[in-house]
Design a protein. Sequence first.
Length: 175
Amino acid sequence: MTRAAPPGRVRRLLTQVLQFGLVGAAGLLVDLAVFNALRLTLLAPENIHTGPLIAKVVSTLLAIVTNWLGNRYWTFAEDRRSNTVREGVEFFAVSLAGMGIGLGCLWLSHYVLGFTSALADNISANVVGLALGALFRFTLYRHWVFSPNRGRAAVRPDAAPAGQNAVVAVPGEPA
């Protein structure tokens, strides 16, 4: 028998998804503007063979900074940890892996499948890659980087004598 999630948890998840989407939209605007500006000027494929990939790396790094600020101070504000450096490193690691997903889609489309137009590059990197990367990032931000359970002791009722709850440290976090 499956139990439904409490309404408060569902509401919080939906709020986080909405805020994550809005922060992501701001990051997307930064990403699109910088990517296309670079791809159409300094890093045009006719000038630099790897221009689209370099443009995407630069634009994504700037979008990551935008998303870091929005997610840390708005989407996951209640769950951010006091160890900003560690949280930042984890956020950037997840973001870079998400960027790898977008770059992989762009590389496959541009260099393997031969779709080399600006429209094809945008669809592969900024539609397909972005969607897959966003799903990956939200999941890891929520359950790892900004997890409300990180750094707190976990209560395991099955690990203590009857009537008492055992407090055990969460792996990877100080007790």
